[in-house]
Every structure is written in C-alpha cells, then in structure tokens.
Design a protein around this ligand. Structure first.
Ligand code: SF4
Length: 232
C-alpha cells in the first residue's frame, strides 16, 4: 500500500507504523489483537499504528479520529472493517472519491481518487478516546502530511476532535488568530483565507452517531458533494 505513495510520504508512513510514543495505546492495540472478537478469530490483527490511505494528489483531505479496535486495528487500513468505515466509504463511493462502496481488508482493491484519509491518532484508543497527550504525540505526523500534500484545497474534519486539532495546528502556525471564530456544526464551512484549504465540519460516522440517526447516509453524502464542488 505504501509503494503507491511518493518517497517522502511513504517514509513518513513507515515511521508511523513503527511508532511507540504512546505506551497506553500501543498496549491496548496489542491486547485487543490477542483477545480478538469472536467473528474475527481467523484474523491476524494488524495491531500497529495505522497509516493514512488515499491519493497523494488529493484535493480533499479527510481527518478522522482514531482506528477502531476491531476495524482498522484489525485490517491495517484506515476506516476499514467496521461500521464507521462502511458509512464513510459508501459516501465516498457515491460522490466519486472511492472505487467501491465497501472496505473489508487492505487487499480488497479499493482505491481513492482525489481524497486522502488521515487520523488525529493512529492507534486504537480504549473507549475510542485518545488522551490529550496522545493526540499531541500524534499531531506531528499530521503536520508533516499537511506539508507534503501540496494540492489540498478542502479539509473535511470528521468530528470535533479532528476539527479542533486541525484548527490548533493553523493557530500554532499563525494562520488564524483565534480558534473561537470557527464554530463546529455539521456542515459548517469555514473559508480560512486566501490560498488556504476550506474547512468543512462533519459529525463523525461513529456507530453512536449513525445508529441514533444523528448522522445519516444522506447527511454524510452531502458533505462530500460539497467537498467535491469546492475542490473542483
Ligand atoms: S497514537 Fe500516534 S504517536 Fe501515539 S503511538 Fe500511535 S502512532 Fe505513535
């Protein structure tokens, strides 16, 4: 999967995969891989930090939260193998960013065109909640990606953690004066400034949001329709 990336991005992803900066998360990923879920007993879990996935020439950057314990931590590809991924990839397929609507394993042939998916934390956290220090540990990988992905014109932040994390980077880089001027709401669109990517906020396609109807398939599809239009 990494051979599809240009050299610098590929090297960064190899660094991610070998990362051990967060002992609590690394332990959790390995423990989950030992215990497994009954439906996946045949699987050899990935259990390492999960690299980003997508088109290095993407104009749309999607930032998620963290791998699912039995999803990406099992399959080794971001948003692959759980219900959040089903929701996301269907929306990407329907808006022309993904080659197929389902994502089962990292060898299932799925390709992204025009979109690149990364995460706020790259190891599965207990209860899907990375600690602030763990998000801070992982942030430099996202910053380096932002520097390497030269064609990004739209950033879609899936959930408040991704949204706040991205704004914090912009603030710390002196690209925005205050984070408070950019409220989070599903579908909120922030035009950061000349030459900077437009930021779109979306609810995260977590099972909690999709099973309660807080985020519907139609709502997520509209986000990517808008991202496509803005990035054209
Ligand atoms: S969450 Fe990020 S910084 Fe922490 S161990 Fe995983 S890859 Fe490394």
């Amino acid at each position: 999967m990494m051979d599809l990336f240009p050299a610098k991005l590929g090297a960064l992803m190899r660094e991610v995969i070998a990362c051990e900066r967060c002992p609590r998360l690394r332990d959790h990923c390995r423990n989950v891989a030992q215990i497994k879920r009954r439906a996946y007993l045949e699987w050899e879990y990935w259990a390492k930090p999960v690299p980003s996935f997508g088109d290095p020439k993407a104009r749309v950057l999607i930032i998620g939260l963290a791998p699912g314990a039995h999803g990406a931590n099992r399959t080794g590809r971001i948003f692959t193998g759980d219900s959040s991924g089903d929701f996301l990839y269907r929306a990407l397929y329907e808006t022309g960013f993904a080659s197929q609507p389902v994502s089962r394993s990292r060898n299932d042939g799925l390709k992204l065109k025009g979109a690149y998916i990364t995460a706020s934390a790259r190891c599965a956290p207990p209860d899907n909640k990375p600690a602030p220090g763990e998000l801070a540990n992982c942030r430099p990988y996202l910053e380096r990606e932002l520097d390497l992905l030269k064609d990004i014109s739209v950033v879609v932040a899936l959930g408040r953690v991704a949204f706040d994390g991205y704004l914090k980077i912009l603030h710390d880089r002196g690209q925005i004066a205050s984070r408070g001027s950019f409220p989070f709401a599903h579908g909120a669109e922030h035009h950061i400034g000349q030459g900077r990517p437009v930021l779109i906020a979306s609810y995260h396609p977590s099972q909690q949001n999709t099973s309660t109807g807080k985020l519907t398939a139609e709502m997520l599809r509209r986000i990517f329709e808008r991202a496509r239009k803005l990035s054209a």
